[in-house]
Design a protein around this ligand. Structure first.
Ligand code: ZN
Length: 475
C-alpha cells in the first residue's frame, strides 16, 4: 500500500503545520508565565515598599489594627535619643500590628527596613528573681511588723506584677531585646586574645534596642518562704519553667519567674526580640545554680553556712552528682531557649574592694563548679554594683582586668542609673545597667527622682502590694 509523492508531501505539510502550532502554543504559554512572574514581582516590590514606608498595611494579614504614619520610621534615626523616640512612638499608638507582621518574616528584612543605632545609645536594664507573693517577700508580719530582710527584698526585688507592666509598656514604646554581642565585632588574634570593635546595632525601623540581664538565679536559701520561685525545672516539652512552693508545702510548676514569663510574653509579641535575644542570666556558685545545690561544699560538707547545713539535713538522700547532671540539663534547655549565661562571681564578691588574690580564688571556683554546668561564658556581671575601676580610669591597664581577660571574659557589666553607659576598648565591652527594682520604683514614684520615663510610667507599674514606707527604701 504505497503512497504517492503528493500524498507524502501533504502528510509532511500537515506535520510541519502541527509542529508550528505546537511551537506557537509553547511560546504563548511561556509568555503568559513570564507575564505572571513580572506581575508577581511587581506586586511583591510594591508590597515591600508599601510596608517599609509605613503607608499601608501588609495585605492579607488579619491582625493589623491600624496604619503606621511616616513618623514611626522616622522616630529612630541613627543616634536619636530613645527618650524622645519612645515618647513619640508611644503617643502614636496603634503601631504594634505592623511590627508584629514584620517579625514573622524577620529574615526577610532588607537594609531599608532597618535602623542603625550606635552601641553607645543602647540602654541596659536588670532584675533579680521576681516576687510572686509580695505579702511574703515584703513581710510586714512578726513582732516588729517586719523582719530584718524586708528592706532588702523591698529594695532589690521586682514583683511579677511590676515586671509584666514593664514588659508591656516597654513593648508599646517600641523597645526590642538585643544581645550585647550585637554591639561589637569580635576577632581573635594568633595569641588567642579577643579584640572588639564597636558595631552599629541594626534593628527594625521604629524599634529601640534594649539589653536585659538578670542577677543571682540561684534561688538562694535566703529566698525560702519569701514568695519567690524555688528552682527552674523543665516542663513536658523540655521548656524551662519554675517550681514554686506554697505555704502548705504544695509544689507547683509554672510561670513563677522571668524565664517562663518573658518566654510567654514573646510568644504573644515575637517582635519584642531581635535575633531571638532574651536576657543574660548572671550566676554565682556558692548556693549552686538555678535552684540546684551544685556547689562542691554540698558534696564534701565543708565550709557550710547554717542554711546550707540545714538544707542538707532536710535532704538526706541528696546526690550531688545527680544534682549537677540535672542542673546541666536545665542550663542547656535555658540556653536552647535563647538565654545567655554570665558570671556573677562565685561568691557574689565585692570585686572593687577585693585583692587580686581573692579574685583569683573566687574565679577558680566559678570556673570549676559553675562554668562546666553552663558551658562557660565570656561575660562577667559584677555584684554589689562594683567594678574594676572608675568610669574614667584606664580600664584595660588594671591588673584585675588583665587577669579576668586572661580567664576569657570580654564583656564586663556594673550598675549605673544613667540611660547609657557603654565603653568599648580594644579588648572589652563595658556596660552599666539600670536597676529596675523596688528601690528605683520607689525613687520614681515617691522620691521625686524619675529616671525611667524613657522606659515606662513608674506610677502605673509599681505594685499596689509594695509597701511605700520610706524606711524600707533608704540605703
Ligand atoms: Zn547579685
Amino acid at each position: 500500500m504505497g503512497r504517492s509523492e503528493e500524498e507524502w508531501e501533504e502528510i509532511r505539510r500537515e506535520r510541519r503545520k502541527k509542529r508550528k502550532r505546537q511551537v506557537l502554543m509553547t511560546r504563548l504559554i511561556f509568555g503568559i508565565f513570564l507575564l505572571a512572574c513580572v506581575a508577581l514581582a511587581a506586586f511583591l516590590i510594591f508590597r515591600t515598599i508599601g510596608s517599609s514606608s509605613g503607608k499601608q498595611n501588609t495585605p492579607g494579614t488579619t491582625d493589623t489594627q491600624g496604619t503606621v504614619s511616616d513618623q514611626q520610621t522616622a522616630v529612630t534615626e541613627k543616634g536619636e535619643d530613645p527618650q524622645t523616640a519612645g515618647t513619640e512612638n508611644g503617643a502614636q499608638g496603634e503601631t504594634e500590628a505592623v511590627t508584629e507582621v514584620q517579625s514573622e518574616t524577620q529574615t526577610e528584612y532588607d537594609a531599608s527596613q532597618l535602623t542603625a543605632w550606635e552601641p553607645t545609645k543602647v540602654t541596659h536594664v536588670f532584675f533579680h528573681s521576681l516576687v510572686v507573693d509580695p505579702s511574703k517577700a515584703f513581710s510586714l508580719t512578726g513582732d516588729s511588723g517586719w523582719d530584718s530582710m524586708t528592706p532588702g527584698f523591698c529594695q532589690w526585688m521586682t514583683t511579677v506584677y511590676e515586671f509584666n507592666q514593664m514588659l508591656q509598656q516597654m513593648y508599646d514604646k517600641g523597645y526590642i531585646l538585643i544581645d550585647m554581642h550585637e554591639m561589637i565585632d569580635e576577632t581573635t588574634d594568633e595569641s588567642g586574645t579577643v579584640h572588639v570593635t564597636p558595631k552599629s546595632v541594626m534593628v527594625p525601623n521604629g524599634k529601640i534596642p534594649v539589653v536585659m540581664s538578670f542577677d543571682d538565679l540561684s534561688y538562694y536559701h535566703a529566698y525560702d518562704n519569701r514568695g519567690i520561685a524555688s528552682k527552674v525545672v523543665l516542663d513536658e516539652n523540655g521548656k524551662p519553667v519554675c517550681e514554686y512552693i506554697r505555704e502548705d508545702g504544695t509544689v507547683e510548676t509554672g510561670d513563677y519567674d522571668y524565664i517562663p514569663i518573658l518566654d510567654k510574653f514573646l510568644e504573644a509579641h515575637p517582635d519584642f526580640s531581635w535575633h531571638g535575644a532574651k536576657g543574660t542570666i548572671a550566676l554565682t556558685g556558692y548556693n549552686g545554680i538555678l535552684g540546684y545545690r551544685t556547689d562542691i561544699d554540698y558534696k564534701v560538707k565543708e565550709h557550710l553556712m547554717t542554711d546550707q547545713a540545714q538544707w542538707l539535713d532536710a535532704h538526706p538522700d541528696f546526690d550531688w552528682d545527680a544534682e549537677c547532671a540535672e542542673a546541666r540539663k536545665v542550663a542547656q534547655a535555658i540556653k536552647d531557649d535563647g538565654w545567655v549565661f554570665a558570671s556573677h562571681t562565685w561568691g557574689h564578691m565585692h570585686i572593687g574592694d577585693a585583692s587580686l588574690e581573692k579574685i583569683k580564688e573566687d574565679t577558680d571556683k566559678w570556673e570549676q563548679y559553675v562554668a562546666p554546668l553552663i558551658g562557660g561564658s565570656d561575660t562577667i556581671i559584677f555584684a554589689h554594683g562594683q567594678d574594676l575601676a572608675n568610669w574614667d580610669q584606664d580600664y584595660a591597664s588594671t591588673d584585675k582586668f588583665k587577669y579576668l581577660k586572661s580567664q576569657g571574659f570580654d564583656i564586663f557589666c556594673n550598675v549605673d542609673s544613667t540611660q547609657y553607659y557603654v565603653q568599648i576598648g580594644d579588648e572589652y565591652l563595658r556596660m552599666g545597667r539600670r536597676n529596675l527594682d523596688g528601690y528605683r520604683l520607689w525613687q520614681c514614684v515617691y522620691g521625686g527622682k524619675d529616671e525611667v520615663s524613657d522606659l515606662f510610667d513608674a506610677s502605673s507599674v509599681i505594685d499596689p502590694d509594695r509597701p511605700s514606707d520610706a524606711s524600707f527604701y533608704s540605703l
